[in-house]
Unconditional design. Structure first.
Length: 147
């Protein structure tokens, strides 16, 4: 391998970043007809499992930074997808709930993203996919520490 070949090869962080951006770009395209965005689906999924989470809890669970989560939730609220309500025990906090827990777009959006994920790993065996997930989890743990 020449040094020129090594220079042309993307680093691990560049490769991960490119994959993440491609997933977001293709996810947004798949969700656009539903009026949804890629970044919203993890929030929907969490709120379907457990309603009344705080902005901080949503940010922690998704790995989205607090300022970005605040912007995402503000847009979702503006679009009538979520509602912000007073926290039952903490006057300084608010809880987030789905405006319409039965909104069919949420399940359809999740399905479309599962289809995208299948497309992304097409040609990989089940063990390879599990290995990839485990390796990425280890990389994340190395960077952020244990959950």
């Amino acid at each position: 391998m020449t040094s020129r070949t090594a220079e042309a090869s993307p680093s691990l962080s560049q490769s991960i970043n490119r994959v993440a951006r491609a997933l977001a770009r293709h996810g947004d395209a798949a969700l656009k007809p539903l009026g949804l965005r890629y970044a919203q689906i993890p929030v929907f999924a969490l709120l379907k499992m457990r309603t009344g989470l705080t902005q901080k809890a949503l940010a922690d669970a998704t790995g989205i930074e607090q300022p970005s989560m605040a912007q995402l939730l503000a847009r979702m609220d503006r679009d009538g997808l979520i509602e912000s309500r007073p926290h039952p025990t903490d006057a300084r906090s608010r809880t987030i709930v789905l405006a319409d827990p039965d909104d069919r777009r949420i399940d359809e959006g999740s399905k479309r993203l599962m289809d995208l994920e299948r497309q992304a790993v097409e040609g990989l065996g089940k063990e390879e996919v599990e290995t990839l997930k485990a390796l990425l989890a280890r990389v994340l743990e190395n960077l952020e520490g244990p959950p």
